[in-house]
Design a protein around this ligand. Structure first.
Ligand code: CP
Ligand code: NVA
Length: 303
């Protein structure tokens, strides 16, 4: 079997992504039924964090344990990486010790350099550019609540960030319509738009959050300033029209879902009444990080 990296939704086939989602649902059911099989017994996952994390860190750690494996938690600054050992040399060394690497880092190039030099699978736990594990959990959550996502309409309102980039890729891979409302100057990177459209993504861009969410099946948002992107920070007055509040939520379909990768900045991109309200599935989404990533780990490690 050739090496299976999970760097981006665009780098994994539609068939493999669907296989993982089906597997995630089955693993979740089996876990809830009390099954405790250990397909990754003896395997070790190294986790490198160059940025903070709650969900990614805990869900990968617990997921690996539930699969019978172990994890090693590393932070870039505590490794020799922080004293300028190259990412390529780090990849070659870790490949001699562990069975897979999950990395949360800054530039996407660091992830790709690690991937190119590792002889074990590498998983993207978020970069400045994308967050594919999040989208696996998001699609799983949508389908759990509303059935197949294909042909449905998802609306994004807020900043054109890493989560939106993966959502753009997901729209092509999972065949849903994606409406995007971002303020001028906060547009997503063109390469993700181009890739999505070239692969069948049905995208609609607007400056108007009201237009984006109109009759949508799901509204998704995220923080206005991503980790390490403080230099891109723009005034709240730029983003406040993009806030998901009850008035905006009411423009979507009556049974529309609200999703947010978390952490949420309550009162900024979303109000309490929405995130704690009947449309919100944010904690199912957080839980599904665990189940979806177990399927990613099993796929990467051939379990
Ligand atoms: N959604 C997400 O990736 O959360 P963490 O930053 O807590 O890992
Ligand atoms: N866009 C956010 C996602 C956090 C999970 C960030 O990169 O900070």
């Amino acid at each position: 079997m050739s090496l299976r990296h999970f760097t981006d939704l665009s780098a994994v086939s539609e068939g493999d992504l669907r296989f993982m989602l089906t597997d995630a649902v089955a693993r979740k059911e089996r876990l809830k039924a009390g099954e405790r099989s250990k397909p990754l017994e003896g395997k070790v996952l190294a986790m490198i964090f160059d940025k903070p994390s709650t969900r990614t860190r805990v869900s990968f750690d617990v997921g690996m344990r539930q699969l019978g494996g172990e994890t090693i938690m590393l932070t870039g600054t505590e490794m020799q990486l922080g004293r300028s050992e190259t990412i390529a040399d780090t990849a070659k060394v870790l490949s001699r010790y562990v069975d897979a690497i999950m990395i949360r880092t800054t530039s996407h190039e660091r992830l790709l350099e690690l991937t190119e030099n590792a002889t074990i699978p590498v998983i993207n736990g978020l970069t400045d550019d994308t967050h594919p594990c999040q989208l696996m959990a998001d699609i799983m959550t949508f389908e759990e609540h509303r059935g197949p996502v294909a042909g449905k309409t998802i609306a994004w309102t807020g900043d054109g960030n890493n989560v939106l980039h993966s959502l753009l890729e997901a729209s092509a891979r999972f065949r849903f319509n994606l409406n995007v409302a971002v303020p001028e100057g906060s547009e997503p990177a063109q390469k993700h738009i181009d890739w999505s459209q070239a692969n069948g993504g049905k995208l609609h861009f607007t400056r108007s959050p009201e237009e984006a969410v109109d009759q949508a099946d799901c509204i998704v948002t995220d923080c206005w300033v991503s980790m390490g992107q403080e230099h891109r920070a723009r005034g709240h007055n730029v983003f406040s029209p993009y806030q998901v509040n009850a008035k905006l939520m009411a423009r979507a379909k009556p049974d529309a879902l609200f999703m947010h990768c978390l952490p949420a900045h309550r009162g900024e991109e979303v109000t309490d009444e929405v995130i704690d309200g009947p449309h919100s599935v944010v904690f199912d989404e957080a839980e599904n990080r665990l189940h979806a990533q177990k399927a990613v780990l099993a796929w990467c490690l051939g379990a």
